[in-house]
Design a protein around this ligand. Structure first.
Ligand code: URA
Length: 225
């Protein structure tokens, strides 16, 4: 019988868990099959001591080409929303639940984003956990359901808990002190894609959730004094 294909990044994690070592190891990760068609691993980027971490779903077409998270249309909307929420993007750490772009090819030029499967999200999770443990953010903002389900469990629904300040569940097995708080909100691509009059409302809610994350950060700083 053929050996089952390995679907976890766990065995690719390096002994040193600083971000540079993690990124170098992630660049050669073969923990699932997504590396086969993507151009490169897109690891997290930003302030290595950020108090605020933003977690998206997976790199998009532009991110896959440039090798950095949130540099395409969703990233531009995110940058505008962060600015409106009074958050300096340079003091955040931005990453994704899945580190390779998953797509189908429409024609020679166009690649269409495909949602990563639960197996792929779980396979890639060790990188996200290691990033959280290395950066030790005070607040994690999950952008969309994929990121939220990776950290809060497969049953998590944005429609039921958007904007709530939560703790990581025990089952998340993420060991960071002090324990970060987690907020889940829309994915910026969902706002970009929304073509109805609902778009303005979604954007306002999105900015509001980012503002709450910032307020919670300030509250946690005061508590520690
Ligand atoms: N969408 C994401 O979830 N992440 C990115 O980095 C870009 C688009």
């Amino acid at each position: 019988m053929a050996a089952a294909r390995k679907t976890s990044a766990a065995s690719y994690l390096p002994e040193d868990r600083d971000l540079d070592s993690l990124e170098a190891a992630a660049n050669v990760c073969r923990g699932c099959s997504l590396y086969e068609s993507a151009s490169q691993t897109v690891f997290g980027h930003g302030d290595s001591h950020a108090q605020l971490m933003l977690v998206g779903e997976q790199p998009g077409d532009r991110e896959d080409i440039e090798g950095l998270p949130f540099v395409g249309p969703a990233g531009r909307l995110l940058a505008r929303a962060l600015d409106e929420a009074g958050i300096d993007p340079d003091v955040t750490y931005q990453t994704n639940a899945v580190k390779h772009f998953k797509f189908t090819r429409k024609n020679a030029k166009r690649r269409i984003h495909q949602k990563p499967s639960r197996t792929e999200v779980v396979a890639c999770r060790p990188w996200l956990v290691a990033e959280i443990e290395a950066v030790r953010p005070q607040v994690i903002v999950c952008l969309g359901a994929t990121a939220a389900q990776s950290l809060l469990g497969a049953a998590f629904r944005i429609s039921a808990h958007r904007g709530e300040l939560m703790r990581l569940p025990r089952e998340a097995e993420i060991r960071v002190e002090p324990e970060p708080r987690v907020v889940a909100t829309f994915h910026p691509s969902a706002v970009v894609r929304e073509r109805t009059e609902r778009r303005h409302e979604m954007y306002q809610l999105f900015v509001g959730d980012l503002r709450s994350a910032r307020a919670s950060l300030a509250g946690r700083r005061r508590q520690r004094r």
